[in-house]
Design a protein around this ligand. Structure first.
Ligand code: NAG
Ligand code: NAG
Length: 635
């Protein structure tokens, strides 16, 4: 959600900023009693959440929002209730969640609102557990997702200006909102639902390419009968740029400075402060060390914010997992793709396990707010299954003839522009580009391989082209009598934020040169790794795996489990880089680069008896699939 760099600064600035705040917010009576302000106790629904002076009020009573963010799409549906109960039991009164457009409309005009994407069921469940809800319908949500949750098919328009009033964007957004917003509308406070506020867009101040855009989005919501409080959320320095007149400004903690509060006051007078993104840590990226935060400093901040009557939202209360290819990337000095776990140093671990901080915050919250105690769900049992030692394999090259017709093109085509998925292009996964070459010494990618391309001559691996390496020598030996050049390119995640999202294209995005000539005449395979690919009836190509087998290849193993499948973690010792599927569900990427070493395998995705594990390994197999009781997310 925000760059790690902001973290230290924010801690340094917070205490001075807080002392400025004191004069605007006289101390609050400690241990406020809000038991009459629960969804079940507030039967009369007339005015909802309002701002009155420096207080939030709910139905006229002073109200402190204590919220935690959780994403239904990052948690297996079977565990929604467990995680929500844990939110409640910790003392939170509100759930915050975001809605990812790219997952709800993966193909233009085809909407998914069922299964793990049934957010209405998620919100109703929160409501049953007596939680209020703040929802962030976007259209852009950031959240460290691929393209910040925007569908990549938007990028098929070369003139696309994401997050602006450019017609190509607003038309698509309006079509989507026609599907989405009515579902939110009926869950609003006034209709006895639990949604008390809607966040308009997300951190627009940091982007700010079009002054007319935020009012446009607001109008798109109001027009579709959103009546609850609207709010904007920006980090401290960008409050004035992202805010909407007459709507509440809320703060992300990065770069909190004296000016932040002066800005707040000058924009909306003395008003309640909602810290919309208060966090323990940040997103981890491949090849980096694990992000951690000092829990004591965090606790001190939270205490101070309470004394000053801030309303708070923990981003994340529970991060969950970037299942599939949903994770995005950020740019610091270079391109940094997010790891699969979205643990985020949150109060619940990525698999939903309690952390020591959970208990500390729970005790603290109960010392400052009176809430009817809700039982803490029991811990979910984990299991270490016996290693799967018998593996079968088939190489990627063997499977190619059985895939959908490849695309022929003189020039390379980016993933987004491939004529597949009813003209929505390819959003995620890998694309294979093949062409024939006869001589030449060096390949130059000129930055056109996004993000990581393994290069082969026929089946002979010759190297990698990526963000850091843009040339690759080819020796005479490499040629031998083979001439089929193959570049297997992986989209490792589009940027989740920043102005560069408009230029994001994946796959091969322009000409690749062999010495001085651009390569031509490509055969292109869409390897999106959808369930369909894996469950396709293939002639039995699976053969017993041996040490010599090299990737890219699929490896199949069978995991037998008892009558009550339990959560576990897949340990990928000896494997290099790839993706794991369990019974057709994509568990996400692994990479020996670290820091993450295990993948979370939720028990509800296993079935009693035989389970099919497929590993797509790009280079070297570990020859067995092992399991662990706890996650290893790195140090
Ligand atoms: C909190 O308020 C409720 C009524 O709204 C009351 O029943 C309860 O006793 C109060 N609890 C405390 C600890 O003051
Ligand atoms: C805000 O709430 C407090 C109680 O929490 C109350 O004492 C104060 O009068 C309220 N202020 C306004 C402006 O409503």
């Amino acid at each position: 959600m925000w760059a790690f760099l902001g973290r230290l600064e924010s801690i340094l600035y917070l205490s001075s900023a807080l002392s400025v705040m004191v004069q605007f917010n006289p101390g609050l009576p400690l241990r406020i009693n809000q038991t009459h302000l629960l969804p079940s106790s507030l039967k009369n629904r007339r005015v909802g959440l309002k701002v009155e002076g420096s207080n939030f009020t709910l139905e006229g009573f002073p109200f402190l929002i204590l919220a935690g963010t959780m994403h239904y799409f990052r948690v297996p549906r079977k565990y929604w209730r467990d995680r929500l109960k844990k939110l409640k039991a910790c003392g939170f009164n509100t759930l915050t969640t975001h809605v990812p457009w790219n997952l709800h409309e993966p193909i233009k005009g085809q909407y998914l609102f069922t299964g793990n994407l049934d957010f209405e069921a998620f919100i109703s469940m929160a409501s049953q557990l007596d939680l209020w809800v703040i929802i962030c319908p976007g259209p852009y949500i950031g959240s460290d997702l691929d393209l910040g949750g925007l569908p990549s098919w938007l990028l098929r328009d070369p003139k696309m200006k994401l997050r602006t009033t450019y017609q190509g964007f607003t038309k698509a957004m309006n079509r989507y909102f026609d599907q989405l917003i009515p579902r939110i509308e009926k869950l609003q406070y006034h209709y006895k639902g639990s949604i008390i506020a809607v966040q308009v867009e997300n951190e627009y101040g940091a982007y700010n390419l079009d002054k007319k855009y935020m009012p446009y989005v607001k109008n798109a919501l109001v027009k579709r009968k959103i009546q609850v409080m609207l709010m904007t959320a920006d980090n401290g320095l960008e409050l004035t740029k992202g805010h909407l007149e007459h709507e509440l400004v809320t703060v992300h903690m990065r770069n909190i400075q004296r000016e932040t509060y002066q800005d707040l006051i000058s924009m909306q007078g003395p008003s309640p402060v909602l810290m919309t993104v208060y966090t323990a840590s940040s997103v981890d990226t491949w090849g980096d060390i694990r992000q951690t935060a000092n829990p004591q400093v965090l606790m001190k901040d939270v205490r101070e914010m309470f004394n000053l009557k801030f309303s708070l939202n923990f981003y994340m209360f529970h991060g969950g997992t970037n299942f599939g290819f949903m994770g995005g990337a950020k740019i610091l000095d270079s391109y940094c793709p997010a790891v699969t776990s979205y643990d985020y140093g949150a109060l619940l671990r990525d698999d939903g396990e309690y952390t020591p901080e959970y208990t500390v915050y729970k005790e603290f919250f109960s010392s400052v707010i009176v809430f009817p105690s809700a039982p803490e769900p029991e811990r979910i049992r984990k299991m270490v299954y016996k290693s799967v030692k018998t593996l079968y394999f088939m190489t990627l090259w063997e499977i190619l003839p059985y895939l959908d017709q490849p695309i022929k093109s003189i020039k390379p085509i980016s993933m987004e522009n491939l004529p597949v998925n009813q003209d929505s292009g390819q959003a995620f996964g890998y694309t294979l580009y093949e062409t024939t070459i006869f001589s030449g010494h060096v390949l130059y990618s000129r930055g056109h391989v996004q993000d990581r391309g393994q290069v082969f001559l026929n089946e002979r691996f010759i190297g990698v082209l990526d963000h850091l390496t843009d040339q690759l020598p080819i020796t005479r030996q490499d040629y031998q009598d083979t001439h089929l050049l193959r570049i297997l390119v992986e989209n490792q995640g589009r940027l989740a934020s920043g102005k560069n999202i408009n230029t994001e294209r994946k796959g091969i995005t322009g000409d690749i040169y062999l010495d001085n000539s651009p390569l031509r005449k490509f055969t292109i395979y869409n390897l999106e790794m959808r369930t369909r690919l894996l469950q396709r009836k293939l002639p039995s190509l699976w053969k017993p795996a041996t040490e010599e087998v090299k990737g890219p290849a699929f490896f199949l193993g069978l995991l037998r489990v008892g009558d009550n499948p339990k959560d576990t973690f897949i340990k990928l010792e000896g494997w290099k880089k790839g993706v794991v599927f369990i019974n057709g569900q994509n568990l996400g990427r692994y990479w020996d680069l670290g820091p993450q070493e295990t993948l979370y395998l939720p028990g509800p995705w296993l079935r009693p008896g035989k389970n099919e594990i497929i590993v797509f390994e790009e280079s070297e197999s570990g020859m067995q699939i092992q399991f662990a009781r706890a996650p290893h997310l790195g140090y």
